[in-house]
Design a protein around this ligand. Sequence first.
Ligand SMILES: Cc1ncc(COP(=O)(O)OP(=O)(O)O)c(N)n1
Ligand SMILES: Cc1nc(C(=O)O)sc1CCOP(=O)(O)O
Ligand SMILES: [Mg+2]
Length: 215
Amino acid sequence: MTTDPLLYLITPPKIDDLLGFAEALGAVMGETAGTTAGIACLQLRLKEVSDDEILRAAEAVAPLCEQFGAGFLINDRADLAKKAGADGVHIGQSDGTLAEARSILGAGKDIGVTCHDSIHLAMEAGEAGADYVAFGAFYPSSTKEGAFRPEPEILTRWTEMATVPCVAIGGITAETARPLAEAGADYLAVSGAIWAHAEGPIEGAKAFKKALAAQ
Ligand SMILES: Cc1ncc(COP(=O)(O)OP(=O)(O)O)c(N)n1
Ligand SMILES: Cc1nc(C(=O)O)sc1CCOP(=O)(O)O
Ligand SMILES: [Mg+2]
C-alpha cells in the first residue's frame, strides 16, 4: 500500500480574489494531506497577467506549500521563479531551453518540461537534466486547448525505460485518475477538476481522495 502524494495541483489561469483563493487552496491542501491524493506540488500558472501579479500570488501561496510540504513551481518563467524563491519552474516547448532555465535557477531547483505525446521529447528533456517530464493532454481539457492526445500506455513505456519521474496532465478528473496512476504516472496534474468542480474545490479534492485511496 502506498500513500505517496500523487496530485500536482495547477492554479486557475486567472485569480481575481487572491485572499479567497489562498483560503480555498489551504482547505484543499488540508483536505488531502496525508492521503494518496495529497498535494505533492503546486504550479502557479497565471496567464496574461503582469509580473507583479504573479509575484503577489506567489507570496500568497508559497507559505501554504511550505505548511503542507508541497513543492512550489511557477509556470513558464524561470526569472520569476527565482525572484519568488520558488522550488522551480515548469517550461513548455516554447518557453526557452532547459539550459537557460537551469542557468537562472541553479542546480538545486526543479525544472519540469512539457513533452506532449513524445517519448523523443522526454528523452531530450531527461538528457538535458529535467527533474520531471509531462505528457498530455490525456483527455479533453477546459483549461487549455491542445493538439496532442497520448495514450496512457506512454506512461508505462516511459517508466520502463527511464528514471526521470513523469507527470500526466490534461482533463484529469477523479473518474479518469486511477488508470493513469496505474499506467505509471508519478504525478497527476490537475486544475479544472478541482477549481471548477460543480460543488466547489473541497468536494473536488474529496473526489480525488476517494478515487485514489490506497488499495
Ligand atoms: C505539469 C505541466 N505539464 C504541462 C504544462 C503545459 O506547459 P506549456 O506547454 O508550456 O503550456 P502552458 O501551461 O504554458 O500554457 C504545464 N503547464 N504543466
Ligand atoms: C496546462 C495544461 N497543459 C496541458 C498539456 O497537455 O500539456 S493540458 C493543461 C491543462 C490542465 O488543466 P485541466 O486539469 O483543467 O485539464
Ligand atoms: Mg508554458
